[in-house]
Design a binder for this molecule. Structure first.
Ligand code: GLA
Ligand code: ZN
Length: 675
C-alpha cells in the first residue's frame, strides 16, 4: 500500500484554493485584498497561486524590478495562514521585451514572426529570453526562499505551442544529428528516396510547414518529438535556479488533459507532482455520465504521467467557464462532484481558476470564487464553502493512491504517428476516442484503471489493454509477451502492430512482432463510412461494428465470433489466444460501448480482478484510494437525478454510519466509504 508525502511539507491536508491575481487590484488593495482574505478564509481556502502572469508588474522596464507588491501579497498570505503556489512569470512576457528583442517572439509555420500579444508566445531557443527568465526566476527564489508562505513553485503556465525561427531550426538540426548520427541514416529511417527527398546534409532539413514539407511522416514525427523534448529541456532549465536556491520546495507546471504538443509521460517524470487544469464540458443532464467518464480518463492519465503518485488538480472552474461553445452553470451538487471526483482518482488538491473575477479583458466572465457582486450569499460562493468544509474532514486521504490491476495504453508517439498516417479513415482515425472508450468501458465494470504508455512497466497488472497500438516502440512487444506468458490478460485491436518507432512498416504481416502473442495475422483493414455497419453475435447478443473492420486469420488463436455481413462474412471479429499462462484478445473491429462493456466484464473476470462495485448501474462511477490510514471507496452519482446502487457492507467514511445494499443517491451525490 503506497503512502506518499504531502504535496507541501507543512501543509499535509488537502490544498484548497486557486489562481489569484491581486496585482490586478493594486489600486484598491486596501479594500479588495482585505476582503479577499476574509472570503478565502471563510471558504476554507489554504492555498493561492500567485504571480502566474505578473511579469510586467514585477519588471515593468528592463532590469527595473518591483517586488514590493508581491512581498505584501506573500506576507498577507502568511498572516492569514495560507500558502502560495508561487509562479515563475514566463507564461507571458512584458511588451518591452518584444519591442527591444524581437527574437523572443515566436515564428509560425509560415515563417512569420508574431507580434506582441496574448501569452505563451515566446521562443524557447532565444538566448535573450532564457537570460531574462533565468534572471527573474533567480531573483524570485532568492527573495522568497525563506518566506513562510512559499509552498510550491508553479513553473510558467500551460506549456505549449511551437516556434519555427532560425534559432529553433538550428536546435532541431542538432537534435536530429543526435538521434540519427548520419544524414544517410536519417534518409533511410524517413524513407526519403520517396519523392526525391534524400538530403545531403542536416542543414537542409527544415521544420514542417504549410508552405514547405507537409508529407514526410518521418520529419513530422521527429518535429513533434523535438518540440516535446524542447519543453522538457525548458522545464529543467527554468527550474535550475529554483532547485538550487530552494531545494526544499517542490516544483510543478500545469498540464492540460490530452494535450497534443507535449508527451506528458516524459514531462511528468520531471515534475515533483503532476498538476493539471480540468475543464469538463458539463451538460447538466444525463450526458454528464459521459463527461464524468472522460474526466476520469484525464485524472487517470495525469496520475499515470506522474508514475502513479497523487497529483494536483491545479485549476477547475467553480462555475461556468467562458471559452467553451456552451458554458453551462454548475447545477447544485456538480461542483462537489467535480472536486470529489478529482480526489477519488488521486488528487490531493482542489484548486480553481480563478479566485476573483477581473473587471476587464477576456476572462472577466470566467467562473470564480468571488464574483463581481463580491457577496457571500451567492450560490457559487456557498458551494465553494461546502467543498472547503468537506475537504477539511477528509484528512486521512491525502497521500494515498489507487492500486489498480488494470491499465490502458495511451501513447503520445503513437498518437502523433497515427494522426499523419493515410489509410482507412482520414484525417482522424479516432485514436484518442478509442482509448477513452476502452478506459470508460472498464470503469463501467466497476474497476479502477491506470493510464500508461509503452515505456511503462506492465508487471503488477493483470489486465492491460492497448487499443490501436499502431506503432510499437522497441522492446514493447517483448514486454507484452512476457506479461501474457506470466498470466496477464492483454487486449489488442485493429490497427495494431503496423509500424516501428520511425513509422516504417513491419514486414511479414501485421500485427508485426505481436503476431505470436495475439495469434492472428491481420491481412487487410476495411473502412466504413458513417452509414455503414457490419454485425456479429457474441455470447448470445448481437453487436454492430463501425469505422474499421480488420480481416484477420487466426494463427494459433481461437475465433470467438465472426462478421455476419459483407464479403468478409465468416472472418473472425474477436479472437482469444492462450499464450503461456495468460490470454491475449484481439478485437478486429470498432464497436460501440455496449460490446466493450460486455467484453471487459469477461476480460476482467478472466484476469481475476474483483470489481470495486459489481453491476455498477449506469450513471455511477467508482474509484478507490489506499494508504496507511485505510482504503477509501468513492461512489459517485454523475447524473443530475436520483440513482440507486447496491453498496458493499462497510462504513460511510464521513458519517460513520453503516451502509449496506440498495442505496439511493441524490443528484451528483458522492459518498466516500471506508472498506
Ligand atoms: C487555463 C489557464 C488559465 C485560464 C484558464 C481559463 O487553464 O491556465 O490562466 O486562462 O485556462 O479557463
Ligand atoms: Zn524560436
Amino acid at each position: 500500500m503506497a503512502q506518499y508525502p504531502p504535496v507541501m511539507r507543512d501543509l499535509p491536508a488537502f490544498l484548497y484554493g486557486g489562481d489569484y491575481n491581486p496585482e490586478q487590484w493594486i489600486r484598491e488593495k486596501d479594500t479588495v485584498w482585505k476582503k479577499d482574505m476574509e472570503l478565502a478564509r471563510r471558504a476554507g481556502i489554504n492555498t493561492l497561486s500567485v504571480g502566474i502572469f505578473s511579469w510586467s508588474m514585477l519588471e515593468p522596464r528592463e532590469g527595473e524590478y518591483r517586488f514590493e507588491w508581491l512581498d505584501e501579497v506573500m506576507d498577507m498570505l502568511a498572516e492569514n495562514g495560507m500558502k502560495a503556489v508561487l509562479a515563475t512569470p514566463s507564461g507571458a512576457r512584458p511588451p518591452w521585451m518584444a519591442e527591444k528583442y524581437p527574437e523572443v517572439l515566436r515564428v509560425d509555420g509560415y515563417r512569420r514572426r508574431q507580434l506582441f500579444g496574448n501569452r505563451h508566445n515566446h521562443c524557447l531557443s532565444s538566448p535573450v529570453y532564457r537570460e531574462k527568465v533565468r534572471a527573474i526566476n533567480t531573483l524570485l527564489a532568492e527573495r522568497y526562499k525563506d518566506h513562510p508562505a512559499l509552498g510550491m513553485w508553479h513553473v510558467s503556465n500551460e506549456l505549449g505551442g511551437e516556434c519555427h525561427c532560425p534559432l529553433c531550426q538550428e536546435k532541431f538540426r542538432v537534435w536530429l544529428k543526435d538521434r540519427y548520427g548520419e544524414i544517410e541514416n536519417l534518409n533511410d529511417q524517413w524513407w526519403n528516396t520517396f519523392w526525391s527527398h534524400r538530403y545531403s546534409s542536416f542543414g537542409q532539413v527544415e521544420s514542417p510547414s504549410p508552405i514547405g514539407e507537409g508529407c514526410s511522416h518521418g520529419l513530422k514525427l521527429a518535429w513533434r518529438r523535438f518540440v516535446s523534448d524542447q519543453f522538457c529541456e525548458w522545464y529543467r532549465w527554468e527550474t535550475e535556479p529554483l532547485r538550487r536556491i530552494t531545494p526544499h520546495i517542490p516544483c510543478t507546471t500545469n498540464l492540460m488533459e490530452i494535450f497534443w504538443d507535449i508527451n506528458y509521460f516524459d514531462l511528468g517524470k520531471l515534475l515533483d507532482r503532476v498538476s493539471w487544469d480540468n475543464y469538463p464540458r458539463w451538460t447538466n443532464d444525463d450526458r454528464d455520465a459521459e463527461v464524468a467518464a472522460y474526466t476520469a480518463f484525464n485524472h487517470d492519465l495525469m496520475r499515470g504521467a506522474g508514475g502513479g503518485k497523487p497529483f494536483m488538480m491545479m485549476e477547475s472552474s467553480p462555475s461556468a467557464v467562458n471559452w467553451q461553445e456552451v458554458n453551462r452553470l454548475r447545477s447544485p451538487g456538480l461542483l462537489m462532484l467535480q472536486g470529489m471526483q478529482a480526489v477519488a482518482h488521486g488528487s490531493d488538491t482542489v484548486q480553481y481558476f480563478q479566485f476573483r473575477k477581473g473587471r476587464g479583458s477576456c476572462e472577466k466572465f470566467h467562473g470564480a470564487v468571488v464574483s463581481h457582486d463580491e457577496r457571500e450569499d451567492n450560490r457559487v460562493y456557498r458551494e465553494v464553502c461546502r467543498v472547503g468544509e468537506r475537504l477539511k474532514t477528509l484528512g486521512d486521504i491525502p497521500g494515498s493512491a489507487p492500486e489498480n490491476r488494470a491499465a490502458v495504453l495511451f501513447d503520445w508517439d503513437n498518437r502523433w504517428i497515427l494522426r499523419d498516417a493515410q489509410f482507412g479513415l482520414n484525417p482522424d482515425k479516432g485514436y484518442e476516442q478509442t482509448v477513452i472508450a476502452h478506459h470508460g468501458a472498464m470503469l463501467r465494470c466497476g474497476i479502477g484503471v491506470d493510464v500508461i504508455d509503452q515505456t511503462s512497466d506492465l508487471t503488477g497488472y493483470r489486465l492491460v489493454s492497448g487499443p490501436m497500438t499502431y506503432m510499437l516502440r522497441p522492446g514493447f512487444a517483448e514486454k507484452v509477451r512476457a506479461f501474457v506468458e506470466a498470466g496477464g490478460v492483454y487486449v489488442s485491436t485493429y490497427c495494431s502492430g503496423w509500424v516501428n518507432e520511425e513509422d516504417l512498416c513491419f514486414m511479414g504481416g501485421f500485427p508485426g512482432p505481436l503476431k505470436d502473442v495475439l495469434g492472428v495475422w491481420d491481412e487487410e483493414t476495411d473502412a466504413l463510412d458513417e452509414t455503414q455497419r457490419n454485425h456479429f453475435t457474441w455470447q448470445g447478443k448481437r453487436y454492430e461494428t463501425k469505422d474499421f473492420c480488420a480481416l484477420i486469420h487466426p494463427e494459433g488463436a481461437k475465433a470467438l465470433s465472426e462478421y455476419e455481413d459483407c464479403f468478409y462474412r465468416g472472418y473472425p471479429v474477436l479472437t482469444e489466444n492462450t499464450f503461456g499462462k495468460g490470454k491475449a484478445y484481439y478485437i478486429a473491429a470498432r464497436t460501440g460501448m455496449d460490446f466493450l462493456t460486455d467484453f471487459y466484464q469477461t476480460a476482467i473476470r478472466q484476469a481475476g480482478i474483483a470489481p470495486l462495485i459489481p453491476d455498477l448501474p449506469r450513471g455511477f462511477l467508482c474509484a478507490e484510494r489506499a494508504g496507511n490510514k485505510g482504503r477509501f471507496l468513492f461512489v459517485m452519482n454523475t447524473v443530475p437525478r436520483e440513482n440507486t446502487v447496491c453498496l458493499p457492507d462497510c462504513r460511510d467514511a464521513e458519517t460513520g454510519d453503516t451502509v449496506k445494499g440498495k442505496t439511493v443517491f441524490a443528484p451528483y451525490e458522492v459518498k466516500i466509504l471506508r472498506v
